[in-house]
Ligand binder design. Sequence first.
Ligand code: FMN
Length: 356
Amino acid sequence: MSSLFTSLTIRGITLKNRIVVSPMCMYSSTDGMANDWHLMHLGSRAVGGAGLIITEAAAVSPEGRITPDDLGIWKDEHVPGLQRITAFLTAQGAVPGIQLAHAGRKASTTSPWNGSHVVPATGGGWQTVAPSAVPFHAGQPTPTALTQAGIDQVVADFRAATLRAVAAGFQVLEVHAAHGYLLHAFLSPLSNTRTDAFGGSFENRIRLLRQVVETTRAAWPAQLPLFVRISATDWTEGGWTAEDSVALAIILQELGVDVIDCSTGGNVPTAAIPVGPGYQVRFAEKIKRETGLLTGAVGMITTATEAEAIVASGQADLVLLAREMLRDPNFPLHAAQELGVDVAWPNQYARAKPRP
Ligand SMILES: Cc1cc2nc3c(=O)[nH]c(=O)nc-3n(C[C@H](O)[C@H](O)[C@H](O)COP(=O)(O)O)c2cc1C
C-alpha cells in the first residue's frame, strides 16, 4: 500500500494522489494572459499524473507582478485563457489550483533569464509597494509604504481575483503569503516597521493576511479548499519564526483555511538557509502536529521514496514538487511504478505503460 497514492478529500474535492505541482512562475505572459505555453506546461503535468496542479503566482493587480511577464488575474479578460487550462487539467483527472499573489517590494524586476534586474520606469517598470519604505536589497528602489486606502485596495483585489478564479474553474485556491512578497513582508518584523494597526505586535502584523483570508474564504465556494503558502521561518534572528507560524496557522484554521503549504525564507537576502534534501519538511510536520491542520511539504523533494516516506510517516499530507516536475513531467507515473502502484495512464499513452 502506498500512502503517496492514497486519495485525499478536502471539503468537496478529492485529489487522486498526494503529489502536487508546486507553483512555478513561467514569466511567459503578455499583459497577464495565459497562453499556449501555460496550457502545455500545466497540461503535460496533468497527463503525467499529478493529483493537484497549482498555477504559478497569478498577480491580483498589475503592480503585484514580480515581472512584467507574470500571469495575472486582475481583469475579466484573463478568465477565458485560464478556463481553457482548468478544463484540460480537469479532463485529465487533475485538480486545477491557482496561487493568488502580490509581489510587494519584490515586484517590477525582469525575468531570471534577463537577469532579475529592476525594470526602470522608462522600460515599463512601476513603483513598488510594501508595509514599510524598506527595500529588499540595499540599492534597490525604495518601495512606498501602503496607506490604509492602499491596503483596502489589496484586500479588494484578492476578493475580485478569487471571484475570477471561480469563474475560470479552479478548484483549489492558494494565497501566497511566502517568499518575501507583500503578505509575508507584512508578517515579518524585519520588513514591517509600521506603527499603525498593521505593524508592531504579532496581531497587527498578521492583520493584512487575516483580512485577505477572510475575504477570499467568503468569496470562494464553501465546498472548495483554501490553501495558504507561508514561509515558516525567515531563517534570521529577529524575524518570523516557526512558533509564529504555528500561532498563525491556528488562526488561519479558524478562518477556514484547509492546508498550510510550508515553504521558508525569501524575505531577507542574507538569510543562511540550510538547503538540502527535504530541508523544509520539518516545518510542515511541526505545524501539522501542533495544529492538526493538513500541511504540504515542499523543497528539494526529488524521489518517489522520499515523497512516500513524508506522507507515510505523517509528516505532511501533500508533497509539492517544483524543479523535479520540470525535469520529469511524468514523475507521478514513474513514482507509481517505482512504488509498485498500478495507476491508470492516459488512454493515449497506455501502450507505453510498463507491464509487471
Ligand atoms: C521556476 C520556478 C518558479 C517558481 N515560482 C514560484 C511561484 O510562482 N510561487 C511560489 O510560491 N513558489 C515558486 N517557486 C518555488 C517552488 O514552488 C518551490 O517552493 C521551490 O522551488 C522548492 O521546491 P523544489 O526543490 O521542488 O524545486 C518557483 C520555483 C521555480 C523553480
